[in-house]
Design a protein around this ligand. Structure first.
Ligand SMILES: *Cc1c(COP(=O)(O)O)cnc(C)c1O
Length: 365
């Protein structure tokens, strides 16, 4: 008997290339898009190891936990790293980036996370891109948590290396990712003696063996199930319309924020300015004296399918995350999440207004 996941015809090079073209359209870019067969950390590490030269200076913008990882890779490549860190409940400004570049004119590489799912903030890539382009450095953007949830305009914003994954707002699997590469980025990687070659991390290998040969033969067997799932994500996004998908995420974020404020009980938005809150996920600060992990466990006891998690690392005790992305960016999931958090707070003796929270949330759609 044939099995739907196992007995598949081979994925052709033409189909692989067509999926790349559709990812490029989603990113609004005419640059080369390379699909990488692994979680998004694979192209992120590939971009940094390919783009950061030994002895060069890199500006690493830290607005959440991923920025720290990038700084470690940049240092490992032998780059001198200038960390520009802002409090995780805010966004970085283009002005701060401009000042950091002016202080270190030799900066050749800038790494930035667009939206931070872990902390719930989003950064103004359009304005930052303008500042970086005026300076001449390469700009790498981690757009894993922004793609499909908010505008992402790679060419208009001058992003040289834009990395996406399918597992957040695209509603897909975590095992496949993609990166767009500008001509400038290809040139600098080719000139970097330390850039990975004959390596799974090498973007240059893909250029040589796949792009420059006309995308006719895949360098190795494709991760077929992930590619089919990525194709299905694109089908779904294109059918709904990328703008409608973004609006659904923006509404979900606004609804959770407004609902949490109306709920009361001491729950409060973690990102202070609504304009700096990411559409992909909303972070909430647990009330004084309430452990976020326990609150989430109590809320999930009534419905384990809700997209609620406690923060990671140093934020584990204070942060509640509502991951309203992909199929969870709906009115129903937002309502259920607010009601469950309200019940969990009430169980701790906090005064909450669940009806008011649901009304406030409904007003955001
Ligand atoms: C989710 C995410 C990734 C991918 O990491 P996972 O935790 O493995 O999903 C990378 N960068 C950012 C900014 C993300 O939000």
């Amino acid at each position: 008997m044939t099995h739907p996941l196992l007995d598949l015809p081979p994925l052709t090079a033409a189909r692989f290339a067509a999926i790349e073209r559709r990812v490029a359209a989603l990113l609004e870019t005419r640059q080369d898009v390379v699909i990488m067969q692994g979680e998004a950390l694979l192209p992120l590490e590939g971009c940094i190891r390919g783009g950061a030269r030994r002895g060069s200076t890199a500006l690493n913008i830290v607005t959440g936990p991923y920025g720290r990882t990038f700084g470690d890779w940049l240092r490992d490549c032998g780059a001198e790293v200038v960390d520009l860190a802002v409090p995780f409940h805010t966004a970085v400004t283009a002005e701060q980036v401009r000042a950091a570049l002016a202080a270190r004119p030799e900066t050749g590489f800038v790494s930035l996370v667009h939206a931070e799912a872990a902390t719930g903030n989003t950064n103004p890539v359009a304005e930052i891109g303008e500042a970086v382009r005026a300076h001449g450095a390469l700009l790498m953007v981690d757009a894993v948590a922004s793609v499909a949830a908010e505008p992402l305009r790679v060419d208009a914003w001058g992003v040289d290396l834009c990395v996406i994954g399918a597992q957040k707002a695209m509603g897909g699997p975590a095992g496949v990712s993609a990166v767009s590469v500008s001509d400038r980025a290809w040139e600098r990687m080719a000139a970097n003696a330390g850039a990975p070659r004959r390596s799974y991390l090498s973007l240059l290998d893909w250029k040589e063996r796949w792009i420059d040969t006309g995308r006719r033969a895949l360098p190795h067997a494709p991760a077929q199930l992930e590619m089919l799932a990525l194709e299905a994500c694109l089908d779904r996004i294109e059918a709904e319309g990328p703008r409608a998908v973004r609006e659904r995420h923006a509404s979900a974020a606004a609804a959770v924020r407004a609902g949490a404020v109306a709920l009361g009980g001491g729950l409060a938005p973690f990102v202070r300015e609504a304009a700096e809150a990411a559409p992909v996920a909303t972070t909430l600060r647990a009330p004084e004296g309430v452990d976020a992990g326990e609150l989430v466990a109590s809320a999930l006891a009534s419905d384990p399918s809700l997209p609620l998690v406690a923060g990671g690392g140093s934020l584990a005790k204070e942060l509640v995350r509502v991951n309203h992305h992909g199929a969870d960016a709906t009115r129903g999931t937002v309502r259920s999440s607010l009601a469950a958090l309200g019940a969990a707070l009430a169980a701790q003796g906090r005064a909450v207004d669940v009806e008011g929270a649901l009304r406030a949330a409904d007003g955001c759609w």
